[in-house]
Design a protein around this ligand. Structure first.
Ligand code: PEP
Ligand code: MN
Length: 339
């Protein structure tokens, strides 16, 4: 059960609500976010919701049978919209594209990418400055100085930045320079990191774990929300399977299911999802038909020379074509949805 409190709820009213909850053996967890004051109630007993819902100080009350509550669509019918400012929004019914290299490498590369994005009217650039790499000997990113360099250039071009944060200790330094903080697949259940990201007022893109279930992804999002941050997007990036013909098994089912279960925007990552450049476009288009609110994909002027993930990275010609086809597909899907 979720209780939404009124903005001006008094201490006495809170006390009375707490007493009413304990009288039916429900445990209340206080949650305060950028947008509201909630009590998340967990208990087993059947009771008449009107007995609590009519108490002073309560704005609304919802029964949510899902084990995750705040991220469930069962209480919030309107989809969450992430507003990055300057007219860039995600989840408002439009289609969002985030594109860029796997890793930020140098100034020239950032300039090339920004020009490419501007030519294609893409407003959000992806790139890692802290890279989770399977081998410790691989390129691990330019760090905070790389982010600052990128930020100067992106800001001047009116482009927003999405970049991965790997550790709680990195958050504070990164905050001024990132528009979206990405939680990578390997950190999808790093609960300390999720707790900390719940305490900042910055949109979070949360990736599904390498072998994470859909429920585990929703629980991870609940960590962020229940710590106070409602600005969350979920990302399907493929899961580990027995198949060796591709890098990850992009779970198209997850897109459709997540769109039904949660009010949070759902973003597809076809680059990591299949891990092979030649097929990224097909998976991107399929994810749009499955209901994705946006796509995050890897692009580079010369993918063969990329410091990481070159094998799944599109060159600018491929990227431009994919962007065009994605927009057409999104419009087509939208039109068909009104049939
Ligand atoms: C990335 O976005 O480059 C990345 C490392 O993604 P993931 O966490 O999905 O592997
Ligand atoms: Mn990558």
């Amino acid at each position: 059960m979720i209780i939404q409190l009124q903005e001006n709820v008094s201490a006495q009213e809170r006390q009375d609500i707490a007493s009413a909850l304990s009288s039916i053996s429900y445990k209340g967890n206080d949650v305060k976010t950028q947008f509201g004051d909630y009590i998340i109630c967990v208990g087993k007993k059947e009771f008449d919701i009107r007995g609590i819902g009519t108490l002073p100080g309560i704005k609304d009350i919802h029964r949510v049978s899902d084990p995750y509550k705040l991220v469930s669509k069962k209480w919030k019918v309107n989809n969450t919209v992430i507003d990055l400012g300057d007219g860039v929004t995600i989840g408002d019914g439009g289609f969002s594209i985030m594109a860029g290299p796997c890793s930020i490498e140098c100034e020239e590369q950032v300039d090339d990418l920004i020009n490419h994005l501007k030519e294609n009217n893409v407003r959000i650039m992806r790139g890692g400055v802290y890279k989770p790499r399977s081998s410790p000997y691989s390129f691990r990113g330019l760090g905070i100085d790389g982010l600052k360099m990128w930020y100067e250039k992106a800001r001047a071009a009116g482009i927003k930045i999405i970049t991965e944060v790997m550790m709680v200790e990195q958050i504070e330094d990164m905050l001024p320079y990132a528009d979206i903080l990405q939680v990578g697949a390997r950190n999808s259940q790093n609960f300390n990191l999720l707790d900390a990201l719940g305490q900042v007022d910055k949109p979070i893109l949360l990736k599904r774990g390498v072998s994470g279930t859909i429920d585990e992804l929703l629980y991870a999002a609940e960590y962020i929300f229940s710590n106070g941050n409602e600005k969350i997007m979920l990302c399907e990036r493929g899961i580990r399977s027995y198949e060796k013909a591709y890098r990850n098994c992009f779970d198209i089912n997850a897109i459709a299911i997540l769109k039904d279960k949660t009010h949070l925007p759902v973003i597809a990552d076809p680059s990591h999802g299949i891990g092979i450049r030649a097929y990224v476009e097909q998976i991107a288009l399929a994810s749009i038909m499955a209901g994705a609110d946006g796509v995050i994909m890897e692009a580079h002027k010369v993918p063969e020379k990329a410091f990481s993930d070159g094998q799944q990275t599109l060159n600018f010609r491929q990227s431009s074509l994919t962007i065009k086809k994605m927009r057409k597909t999104f419009d087509l899907n939208l039109a068909m949805n009104s049939w």
